[in-house]
Design a protein around this ligand. Structure first.
Ligand SMILES: Nc1nc2c(c(=O)[nH]1)N[C@H]1C(S)=C(S)[C@@H](COP(=O)(O)OP(=O)(O)OC[C@H]3O[C@@H](n4cnc5c(N)ncnc54)[C@H](O)[C@@H]3O)O[C@H]1N2
Ligand code: MOO
Length: 418
């Protein structure tokens, strides 16, 4: 096993050890944002019948072919058809049918003219009236054809497609009320450290609150998984081994944080080695060099570093893609944008550095990225106030203000509008 590997190697290694989970069938609303495991078909044509796109008059386009301002054409209104009605009477040339948006087009007619450009000559425009047209209409105008959106029996969604909110409506229209998708991974989260206490406690005497478990649980949830925060484990190799082993029996993925480095009380590496197969220990990135990965009892176990920002970035860049693969997603990259640095950035660590930063547009509409002043890997607050991570590639080349760098967009709310 090489000592230090690249982020790409780490990600491929972890992805090669996870597969999509078994499928489960869930009610329609529960599949939003998730992957359809199979192709889906509609039971009927959508829409099932040709219908009007406007409130107006359905007619034979040929009847008003010669109509113009000087020589308007008058037609007799013989019926009215509303959405939900079905008109199956006959219509002669010289006649038209008053029709509402969404109402089925009487079969023989081939155009609809909207109210606004039709003048009543006799009556109020309802059946029995005569109305006048002063322009021709194209065959098919304002008619939505049957089966325009979907044909009965044809695939409307491919296997592997992610269902959006609009997709939920599309499926509902096709009579699909439940969908087979991949199970959400159940993810155990174990924070390691004798210094840690629960957030409900006020820490004293060298203790700190366990914040990583909560950030990681939120990140698991945002990635579509089901987080399970397990009890804090003290810095003891045996206690950690017991916790990891039992988590592997009940979860699809196990994440630990802390104890990943080479200190006297850092036990995740020896524990994975003892219980299973240790596949990775160090990744060429900052924050988050100490990233442990291995397989225990057939389950992926990932040991994140204890420093909050290091745990967060390790999760974002390596674990999140794995959790997505387990749910059948095919794309794992967060969107990236190129932006100009707002200030000089000195590079005195050869690792690839992810600078927690704020991306914005200047008055000229160019993207500018402002790296936070404090890049300590002990801080969550800086990430709370960031909307991206600017990437400084491997090596020692410093960058000056104005140089272009690539930025990974984080899960940004509209408030941090780009
Ligand atoms: N001699 C060296 N020491 C360290 C190195 C190194 O290369 N040589 N690397 C440093 C870096 S960088 C990191 S990152 C950490 C990673 O080490 P660990 O994974 O063993 O992290 P811990 O020592 O357990 O904790 C580090 C830091 O984070 C706090 N922490 C831990 N867990 C939590 C939690 N659940 N919630 C909030 N904060 C947590 C912990 O108290 C420490 O302050 O190693 C460096 N050392
Ligand atoms: O691995 Mo550390 O992340 O640079 O704090």
């Amino acid at each position: 096993m090489p000592e230090m590997i690249s982020l790409e190697e780490a990600r491929s290694l972890v992805l090669s050890h996870v597969e999509p989970l078994p499928t489960e069938t869930v009610p329609l609303l529960d599949v939003v944002g998730r992957v359809s495991a199979y192709a889906l078909t509609s039971d009927i044509d959508i829409s099932p019948f040709a219908h009007s796109a406007m409130d107006g008059y359905a007619l034979y386009a040929a009847d008003i072919e010669q109509a113009n301002e000087q020589n308007p054409v008058q037609l007799k209104v013989i019926a009215e058809v509303a959405a939900g009605d079905w008109y199956d009477g006959s219509v002669e040339h010289g006649e038209c049918v008053r029709i509402m948006t969404g109402a089925p087009i009487p079969e023989v007619l081939d155009a609809v003219v909207k109210y606004e450009i039709v003048e009543p000559v006799e009556g109020d425009g309802k059946p029995g009236s005569t109305v006048s047209f002063s322009a021709p209409a194209k065959v098919g105008s304002n008619i939505r054809e049957a089966g325009e959106e979907a044909k009965a029996g044809e695939a409307i969604v491919e296997a592997g497609e992610v269902i959006s909110c609009a997709g939920i409506g599309f499926l509902a229209g096709c009579g699909i009320v439940e969908v087979a998708t991949y199970e959400r991974p159940r993810v155990a989260i174990i924070s390691i450290g004798s210094e840690l206490v629960d957030p409900t406690e006020v820490p004293t005497g060298g203790k700190i609150r366990n914040s990583n478990s909560f950030a990681l649980a939120a990140s698991v949830q945002a990635a579509g998984g089901i987080p399970d925060i397990l009890p804090i484990v003290e810095d003891s190799e045996d206690a950690l081994a017991d916790a990891v082993k039992s988590a592997c029996a009940t979860h699809d993925f196990v994440i630990t944080s802390g104890g990943a480095s080479n200190g006297d009380f850092d036990f995740i590496k020896p524990v994975v080695e003892r219980l299973g197969e240790l596949l990775m220990t160090t990744v060429n990135m900052r924050p988050g060099k100490a990233q442990t990965f291995g397989i225990v009892d057939g389950k992926p176990v990932f040991g994140l570093p204890g420093n909050p920002a290091a745990a967060y970035v390790g999760f974002e860049m390596i674990i999140r893609p794995a959790l997505r693969k387990m749910q059948g997603y095919r794309y794992f990259e967060r969107p990236r944008i190129k932006a100009r640095l707002s200030r000089d950035v000195k590079k005195n660590d050869p690792r690839r550095i992810f600078l927690r930063s704020t991306l914005y547009k200047n008055d000229e509409g160019e993207y500018i990225v402002a790296p936070a002043r404090n890049q300590s890997s002990g801080l969550f607050g800086v990430i709370q106030r960031s909307n991206c991570m600017a990437i400084m590639p491997e090596g020692l080349e410093s960058r000056t203000a104005g140089s272009v760098v690539e930025c990974v967009l984080l899960d940004v709310a509209e408030e941090l509008s780009l």
